[in-house]
Design a protein around this ligand. Structure first.
Ligand code: CR6
Length: 829
């Protein structure tokens, strides 16, 4: 009975000694316990890595406590929940972030130093969790941090890839990819839930069956794989709330298949079974092209099916009527990658729960929302109908039915405009028939989001014009943001301390709008002095790293000029390199006197190229070739250095961004949906040199065009320039530096030819030539500002004070209020 249960619970609680204590002494005891019993090393003899492991386990214990409390609180209070579905999360390291969000950073530092360890040194032992490609994936990670911090009742769902994004190794200037088997050394941040498993099915046929006299479609699958849950606690800052990021791993199904084992070929049956695990093995390393690969589609459906089974199970535990689903559940599609969810939920509601089609469709449309991170139509995901039909035959039928109904509805509204109907159709007709995942996502969601104002404007005018005209009320934008917890507090402790000192509060860590308060001190010389010191400390840290990585010694007096992001033609790293060649060329032709007036520069470039993206790989090689020439030119010395930082990832970003004076964001206007790197630099007091693209437009609104270096054609001009692409005028300097590369001045003449061809007059789609003049002017303006330290520091302060709007807290609050309709639900202390 009840009494018995209560007695048992009380005994349990007393046995467990209440909650874990966070004073340094208790922390030390916990760490040593983990050394001894978890890591199984002797407390008298363990190294830094083992100390890191034990430390992480002690942090994990504390996370689990809060995780339990949060989830039992949600279970009790039943708020509407958000489920954030994303195939990619770029979490980076967890230790520092967790300890800071738990608010026990100082206690841990003290506990460790008494044990003879340094927190920062142990934190360096951790590898990155790199389960994503670039901006989109890091955005998901920032947004999880904000969801937790703002107390929203949310879950993240993703895939637990065994191989994260490849490691970039540079050999003689060329990129090589190495597998990132990140689980090699164990992962203390995840909790394996061996009992939370679901069967995911593939292939097979659809058969017709009779159910109470009605005809029903029944999927008879051909293959079954098991999904196992791995939970990753996401602690909020300044709250007990700790959310869950549930990642699925594929395992062979435990279903006992008598047939397979009776054939006598035992070994082969086991090997076949084992193939199931390949589904979640490896992350696709391409951030733009996901075109119709079977394994990729399998990953998507595996993810969708496991997540939805889990979500529906949780819903059914607390509710007995699907009418309530839209009031209790919001499902967010992070890009089109999880958009099979729309077909899957229809299959569950219609085939398994036996709801009528129209009712099920009505529920689905209310539950889903969608964010697109792509600008151009060519970047949108498509899946060949044949592939989908063989892997998921029932889903293909459902997709056809969704499309049929949509087309009928559309005809009533727009008549028989066949061109428009075919553009809007979910099924693309042609030699190869495709399912257009973006069209599916728009049709099946009640809100469609862009990631910046300009992005949405562009979508309305171009890619999604037809849909916008049909459903203008569906379209919104939520400008991206990044979390100041990771991008200031974790990565730049000196700046964090300085901000808190001058604002007189740490409240900005939860409310970044307060950063505007720094404007009050913008002319204070003491503040300037301290600001300068902070930058210097971070530049020193970066300079040491550069020397260790590349052997290049750099001067701290130089301007540290950084461009770090995925390598893409539209991001125009080539423009940067050509600009550097121009600078070098000018220096070579200058007399001694003039050289004395030159601002010394350390140009830093970093980023990965997708393994099959040849031009991007050539850009990396060119960077190395130019660097070799310049860095070994004793005549130039400290006036110009170029370094490529290999294997750019989240933890490298944490080191590079705080140390930058200037950062470059050079995308041809209209191509970067948002860009989020710029926001991290802004938060770290680094000035931007940028085109008016993506969210930069809003950064300009916020900090004023005087406080950054703007250049290049605007979006409207880009279209016009492209019209006359074969007659575009390019500056002489551009032709000259290009010629230097072509003529083999940096070696590898033949290899660089096809790269040079991409920017030749008439072919220069990304308009490097026509933007070159304006780019050089912006660079000159940056040089000029740098020699007036007062002015520069002021711009830097104004950058940070205007960065509050680009906190992911603001983004998430907008999503919560305008799209998901969820309320904060704060777990009591
Ligand atoms: N590559 C956009 O290109 C945006 C992020 C996050 C991107 C980038 O401008 O900031 O998403 N798009 O919204 C995709 O990944 C498809 C990106 O990271």
């Amino acid at each position: 009975g009840d009494g018995e249960r209560r007695a048992k619970a009380e005994r349990m609680f007393s046995l467990m000694d209440g909650f874990l204590k966070n004073d340094p002494f208790s922390l030390q005891k916990d760490i040593l316990n983990h050394v001894e019993y978890t890591v199984a090393r002797s407390r008298f003899n363990f190294d830094d890595f083992e100390a890191y492991q034990a430390l992480s386990h002690s942090v994990r214990d504390r996370l689990i406590e809060r995780w339990h409390d949060t989830h039992s609180y949600f279970k009790r209070t039943k708020p509407k929940r958000l489920y954030f579905l994303s195939l990619e999360f770029l979490m980076g390291r967890s230790l520092s972030n967790s300890v800071i969000n738990l608010g026990i950073q100082d206690q841990y530092a003290e506990a460790l130093s008494q044990l003879g360890f340094e927190f920062e040194v142990l934190a360096e032992q951790e590898g990155d969790a790199a389960l994503g490609n670039g901006g989109l994936a890091r955005l998901s990670a920032c947004q999880m941090d904000s969801l937790a911090t703002l107390d929203y009742p949310a879950w993240g769902y993703g895939l637990r890839y065994e191989y994260g994004l490849f490691r970039q190794v540079i050999v003689e200037g060329f990129q090589h990819e190495q597998p990132d088997y990140w689980l090699n050394f164990g992962n203390p941040w995840e909790i394996e839930r061996i009992h939370v498993t679901y069967e995911v099915k593939f292939y097979g046929t659809v058969e017709e069956a009779d159910l109470n006299g009605e005809k029903h479609q029944v999927w008879v699958p051909g293959e079954t794989v098991e999904a196992v849950a791995y939970d990753n606690p996401i602690p909020g800052y300044g709250t007990r709330n700790t959310l869950n990021l549930r990642l699925w791993a594929a395992k062979p199904s435990n279903r006992f298949d008598l047939e397979a084992y009776n054939t006598g070929d035992y070994i082969n049956s086991v090997v076949n079974r084992q193939r199931a695990e390949t589904i979640s093995n490896v992350l696709y390393p391409d951030d733009r092209n996901h075109q119709g690969k079977e394994l990729r589609l399998k990953q998507q459906y595996f993810f969708v099916s496991a997540s939805l089974q889990d979500i529906i199970r949780r819903f059914k535990e607390a509710h007995n009527n699907f009418d309530e689903l839209p009031d209790k559940v919001a499902l967010h599609l992070n890009d089109t990658h999880p958009s099979l969810s729309i077909a899957e939920i229809m299959r569950i509601l219609v085939d398994e729960e036996h709801l009528g089609w129209n009712k099920a469709w009505d529920i689905a449309c209310k539950v889903f929302s969608f964010t697109t991170h792509t600008v151009v139509a060519e970047g949108l995901e498509k899946i060949p109908v044949d592939l989908l039909g063989s892997l998921l035959p029932r889903h293909l039928q459902i997709l056809y039915e969704i499309n049929f109904n949509f087309m009928e509805e559309l005809k009533k509204k727009i008549g028989l405009d066949y061109n428009r109907l075919s553009r809007m159709s979910i099924v693309e007709e042609g030699a190869v028939k495709n399912i257009r995942m973006a069209n599916l996502s728009i049709v099946g969601s009640h809100i469609v989001n862009g990631v910046s104002k300009l992005h949405l404007d562009t979508l309305k005018r171009t890619t999604f014009k037809d849909f916008y005209e049909l459903w203008p009320e569906k379209f919104q934008f939520k400008t991206n943001g990044v979390t100041q917890r990771r991008w200031i507090v974790v990565s730049n402790p000196s700046l964090c301390a300085l901000i808190s000192k001058w604002l007189g509060t740490e409240a900005w860590i939860r409310n970044a709008d307060l950063l505007t308060g720094l404007r009050d001190h913008v002319d204070n010389p003491n503040f300037h002095q301290e600001w300068k010191m902070v930058k210097k400390v971070n530049k020193m840290r970066l300079a040491e790293y550069i020397e260790a990585m590349s052997g290049v010694k750099v001067s701290l007096d130089a301007m540290f000029d950084v461009q770090v992001k995925r390598i893409h033609e539209y991001k125009r790293q080539l423009l940067n390199i050509l600009g550097i060649i121009h600078r070098y060329d000018c220096l070579k032709n200058m007399d001694k006197n003039d050289r004395r007036k030159v601002v010394p520069r350390v140009c830093i470039i970093g980023g990965k190229a997708a393994p099959g993206y040849e031009i991007a790989k050539k850009i990396i090689k060119l960077c190395h070739s130019v660097a070799e020439k310049i860095n070994n030119d004793t005549d130039i010395g400290d006036l110009l250095k170029l370094v490529f930082i290999p294997d750019y990832n989240v933890s490298v970003a944490e080191l590079v961004i705080p140390g930058a004076d200037l950062s470059q964001h050079l995308s041809t206007a209209g191509h970067e949906a948002s860009g989020t790197g710029s926001m991290k630099f802004l938060m770290n007091g680094c000035l931007l040199l940028a085109t008016a693209d993506g969210s930069t437009v809003e950064i300009i609104e916020e900090i004023g065009s005087d406080n950054l270096f703007l250049f290049g054609a605007k979006v409207q001009e880009v279209a016009e320039l492209r019209e006359k692409i074969s007659t575009l005028k390019v500056p002489l300097q551009f032709a000259r530096v290009l010629r230097m590369v072509r003529d083999g001045y940096f070696g590898y003449k033949d290899y660089f030819k096809s790269l040079c061809d991409t920017v030749e007059i008439g072919k220069d789609f990304y308009l490097l030539g026509s933007d070159f003049g304006s780019y050089l002017e912006a660079q000159a303006a940056a040089d000029k500002a740098f020699v007036e330290p007062e002015k520069w520091i002021k711009m830097s302060i104004l950058s940070v004070s205007g960065s509050g709007r680009f906190s992911s807290d603001r983004t998430i609050q907008e999503y919560a209020e305008r799209t998901w309709k969820i309320d904060p639900s704060r777990c009591p202390l």
